[in-house]
Design a protein around this ligand. Structure first.
Ligand code: SF4
Ligand code: SF4
Length: 75
């Protein structure tokens, strides 16, 4: 199990579509800042969830502690 698991946003490629902030129901993203992706509660992220990353249209989300072979789609 990863020690700490949370999304890391590449702001160089993020297009601020809001898909990740909309998807997550665990308070990880600041919904007030949507559609911008701002991680405010990394501890809320569910270990080994790739939910937001799988939706990201620009492959801008990776995960701290990711020990899987998952590769962001649409990258
Ligand atoms: S990986 Fe899952 S729990 Fe973590 S921020 Fe994304 S949607 Fe939320
Ligand atoms: S889903 Fe991807 S492109 Fe859209 S706001 Fe989140 S990180 Fe940015």
């Amino acid at each position: 199990m990863a020690k700490q698991w949370y999304p890391v946003i590449d702001y160089g490629t993020c297009i601020s579509c809001g898909s990740c902030t909309e998807k997550c129901t665990h308070g990880v993203y600041d919904k007030e800042k949507a559609p911008s992706a701002l991680v405010v509660y990394p501890d809320g992220c569910v270990d080994h969830c790739h939910g937001c990353g799988n939706l990201c249209p620009s492959g801008s989300i990776t995960y701290s502690g990711d020990d899987t072979d998952w590769v962001p789609p649409n990258r």
